[in-house]
Design a protein. Structure first.
Ligand SMILES: [Zn+2]
Length: 146
């Protein structure tokens, strides 16, 4: 039976030899590396050196596409790439990319830290990204035509 994995229990990097291996007994490739300014635990995989936080590792855990790839696609979107061009360039359906974006917007607070820190997306670009799928956050959004 598959147990529910939490972030920090596995490496989310698909290219890593220890990808998704749960920390158990001799399998100890994940270390804690302090917290983000908002107090979210950060982790690093000792095998591949990729860093991630306690929240981001789980959001896309059950997706077939690795989280890093999803986040990179979202970062490119935030930087102004069109969904149609990203779809062609990366080989994901436009619907799939939109679904990631919607899901990401629901976890905007957690993902923002990673996108800002690890993908060098700018704050204003993130706001535009979330508003694209109607996620308003704390800010007032433009009224949308029905
Ligand atoms: Zn790794």
């Amino acid at each position: 039976m598959e147990k529910f994995a939490k972030s920090g229990d596995f490496c989310p990097n698909e290219a890593c030899p220890d990808y998704r291996k749960l920390q158990d007994g001799p399998q100890q490739n994940i270390k804690k590396i302090g917290k983000t300014p908002k107090g979210v635990q950060r982790y690093q995989c000792k095998t591949c050196s990729q860093t991630f936080t306690e929240t981001t590792g789980t959001i896309f855990y059950r997706k077939r596409t690795p989280e890093h790839e999803i986040l990179e696609t979202l970062a490119l979107l935030a930087e102004g790439s069109r969904i149609s061009s990203l779809s062609r360039a990366k080989g994901h359906k436009e619907d799939t990319i939109l679904a990631w974006l919607r899901e990401a917007a629901q976890h905007a607070a957690q993902l923002e830290e990673v996108l800002l820190a690890d993908f060098r997306v700018k704050r204003g670009q993130l706001d535009a990204l979330w508003s694209y799928v109607g996620h308003k956050g704390e800010k007032k959004a433009m009224p949308k035509p029905k």
